[in-house]
Design a protein around this ligand. Structure first.
Ligand SMILES: [Zn+2]
Ligand SMILES: [Zn+2]
Length: 305
């Protein structure tokens, strides 16, 4: 299991380094495109590239930190930083969206003049192609490893594909119709889409940082626990679980007959714990509190039982 985790970390590092390399190359290309064409849609794309680069730098650093093992001052590991990175990415692209919006309105008021449309189309189309392949790879590795950091970066990169597509359509329409407003209109549409994704990333990040319970996972834990306690003739209460980015932490109380010894109860508890840990692969950590029926207490409000 350790090998698979390490392998998956190597894969995550590789795809994030690719993401960083793409961010640097596309930043250069888009800034050139914006200066040469004067298009507000390409300018928007370039402005987004600047924050994009910063967000990916943060994510590359966060990925390293997330994989540092637990130490004396961080007993639960460092993987929660992945949620912080996803939120930072969401906040950065939202800021870019506001800048794009402002620039588009400014250009609408002052008039737009676009030059070298052919070059603008070539740069934007290449960027879209690179980001499409990269975004899909990030999402695939993110899903495989369960990493919120890679998923966030993947969703962000795919959003940029849509932005580039909007720019391309605008440039082509401008070329065929000659109507200059296509350009800022495309920029505004792209900005709205970026805001939508930014909100989603921030929302997911807050959910992770505040240990929001995943109800789908909870359903699976409960049905396994129900089946396990029935077969062992015990009962459980006060189930709590949280996901820290890579590791799923679970705790619950197990109630045993007073006649059992601590040793006997411990054997059963260990068996149930390892069943639940298996359910939450690749990294489930489970701990149970043992109590006798005569001293049972279960008053946690969130359990609703
Ligand atoms: Zn971006
Ligand atoms: Zn209890």
């Amino acid at each position: 299991m350790q090998d698979r985790l390490v392998g998956s970390y190597e894969e995550q590092k590789r795809v994030m380094n690719l993401s960083l390399a793409a961010a640097v190359v596309l930043l250069g290309a888009k800034v050139t495109g914006a200066v040469v064409t004067g298009s507000s849609a390409i300018y928007s794309d370039a402005a987004e590239s600047v924050v994009h680069f910063l967000a990916v730098c943060f994510a590359v650093w966060a990925l390293r930190l997330a994989h540092k093992p637990a130490d004396e001052t961080h007993h639960f590991g460092h993987d929660k930083v992945a949620f912080l990175s996803a939120g930072f990415e969401g906040a950065m692209i939202s800021a870019a969206a506001l800048l794009i919006f402002y620039e588009a309105v400014r250009q609408m008021l002052s008039g737009v003049e676009i030059q070298q449309i052919g070059l603008g189309i070539a740069i934007t189309a290449s960027a879209a192609g690179v980001n499409l392949v990269l975004g899909l790879s990030l999402l695939a590795v993110g899903k495989r490893s369960g990493s919120p950091l890679l998923r966030a970066n993947g969703h962000h990169v795919l959003t940029d594909v849509w932005s580039s597509a909007a720019v391309l359509v605008a440039l082509l329409l401008y070329k065929t119709t000659g109507w200059v407003w296509w350009d800022p209109i495309a920029a505004i549409l792209a900005a709205l889409n970026i805001l939508r994704v930014g909100y989603k990333l921030i929302r997911e990040s807050l959910g992770g940082l505040l240990d929001e319970a995943d109800l789908e996972v909870e359903g699976r834990i409960r049905s396994l626990l129900d089946q396990q306690v029935n077969s062992h003739g015990v009962s459980y209460h006060n189930l709590r679980h949280r996901h820290s980015g890579r590791t799923h932490w679970v705790e619950f109380h197990l109630v045993f007959d007073d006649s059992l010894t601590v040793g006997e109860a411990h054997v059963v508890a260990t068996r149930i714990e390892s069943c639940v840990a298996d359910l939450l692969k690749p990294d489930g950590r489970v701990i149970s509190h043992l109590e006798p029926k005569s001293a049972e207490h279960d008053v946690e409000a969130w359990e609703g039982r």
